[in-house]
Design a protein around this ligand. Structure first.
Ligand SMILES: C[S@@+](CC[C@H](N)C(=O)[O-])C[C@H]1O[C@@H](n2cnc3c(N)ncnc32)[C@H](O)[C@@H]1O
Length: 403
């Protein structure tokens, strides 16, 4: 670590942050040049419509504000941040990591070391036209354990990598429809059953760093170990606006704009849908996983007796239960005010669980024709979908008022 004067420090930070190799910087600690409204400021390099921008995020105790500036117009906002005199600065470029500490007496110490970033892969190896192309989001993919250090997707992680890219494409597809680009504040996103947080980290990076849409993500999972690992990964990435919570889906008191659930087990998918409906989230993207709850209730009795051949064989009964469960889910979302589609988001080669329920808030609530369909289908199968139970009074009121 070497000491330096304030003018040299200013020059060092300006050259690094406005330079083409800049990745991210975090300013924090006590302000040395007087009071400031902000506790921390983060700056990231992002690419918007093929152009390089710098995204400035200003944090105080309660809120954060994000502003994007073209790289060429970033000198003035950067000067303002440097004028605060935050005691600590950490910045990363493609080639080095720089740490700056200013002591109480105003002495500046700088330490510099080569970056740990992996080398970019050669262009011919890159999978282009996907949200996270190989060779561009390397640091993220490496921390996620998807890339090797020399920049190639691990063969065992290829399916997960493809799932995440296809999921993000679906998210991009409905951003405008759900009004998420123009909220005037960070988009609140809840990833239910986040597991090892591949989707959480990828969505965080893609929205904040690539699309320039400020987004705050929370990953929730009941499994303590995956949450511990996810926190560790987010710290390695130095990601702002990213949290993880060890809890059951539905237990967190949050008001998400977007609810994501990728392969949340069995009724955990329904808990995620119920939380989205209760919060009137603008967008739900859910890829269901195993379906056990309704399968256990399906008996060839009553009107469904006629389908006995379909339910005689275990595998046919299971597939029927999958379809009936997802049809009920889509119908309940529609009744509760969501324009809902069920789509194949990826080919079965990458996962057998490849149906996505995509729902955008804004349809009329309790439309009588859908309520009728729901009640008739429920009566035909003689079952109570878990989502109906999870929604309780909220759904019962709508059914009663419109039947
Ligand atoms: C198959 S993993 C999927 C993980 C991740 N979404 C992905 O696709 O990589 C399902 C995750 O859901 C979590 N889970 C299951 N039920 C849950 C519940 N009720 N509340 C919170 N997490 C749950 C499990 O602990 C597990 O980590």
């Amino acid at each position: 670590m070497s000491s330096t004067d304030h003018e040299s420090l200013r020059q060092l930070l300006t050259d690094a942050i406005l330079g083409s190799e800049f990745r991210r910087a975090a300013f924090g600690g006590a302000p040395r040049y007087g009071p400031t409204a902000w506790q921390r400021v983060a700056i990231r390099a992002i690419e918007l419509r093929g152009e390089r921008w710098l995204q400035f995020s200003y944090f105080d105790e309660k809120k954060d504000i994000t502003k994007n500036f073209r790289a060429a117009e970033s000198a003035a906002p950067l000067d303002e941040v440097m004028a605060i005199g935050f005691a600590n600065v950490h910045l990363s470029t493609a080639s080095e990591e720089v740490d700056v500490r200013t002591s109480k007496k105003g002495k500046v110490f700088v330490s510099r070391k080569p970056a740990e970033e992996s080398k970019p892969v050669q262009p011919h190896n890159r999978l282009k036209d996907v949200p996270l192309p190989e060779g561009q989001a390397n640091r993220l993919l490496e921390v996620m354990g998807i890339l090797t250090r020399d920049g190639h997707v691990r063969p065992t992680m290829r399916a997960k990598y493809t799932q995440i890219n296809e999921f993000l494409k679906q998210l991009t597809h409905v951003l405008d429809d759900a009004g998420l680009r123009s909220l005037g504040r960070p988009v609140e996103i809840l990833d239910c059953g986040c597991g090892s947080s591949y989707l959480t980290l990828a969505a965080h990076h893609y929205l904040n760093d690539v699309l320039g849409i400020a987004a705050h993500l929370i990953g929730v999972d009941v499994n303590e170990e995956v949450i511990r690992k996810s926190i560790e990964r987010s710290e390695r990435l130095g990601a702002e606006r990213l949290q993880f919570a060890c809890a059951r889906i539905g237990a967190l008191e949050v008001q998400p704009d977007v609810v994501l659930a990728l392969h949340a087990c069995d009724t955990a998918t329904d808990d995620a849908l119920a939380q989205a409906i209760a919060a009137e989230a603008r967008l739900v993207l859910s890829v269901p996983c195993c379906h056990h709850h309704l399968n256990e209730q399906l008996r060839p009795a009553g009107p469904a007796e006629v389908l006995r051949p379909l339910l005689r064989h275990g595998i046919l009964q299971q597939r029927t239960a999958d379809l009936v469960t997802d049809a009920f889910r889509a119908l309940i979302l529609r009744i509760m005010g969501y324009r809902t589609e069920v789509v194949e988001f990826i080919s079965t080669e990458h996962t057998a669980r490849n149906l996505m329920i995509r729902a955008v808030h804004g349809a009329p609530v309790g439309e009588a024709s859908f309520v009728k369909e729901y009640l008739e289908m429920r009566c035909f199968w003689g079952v109570t979908p878990y989502l109906e139970t999870a929604l309780g009074e909220r759904l019962q009121r709508v059914l009663a008022m419109n039947s």
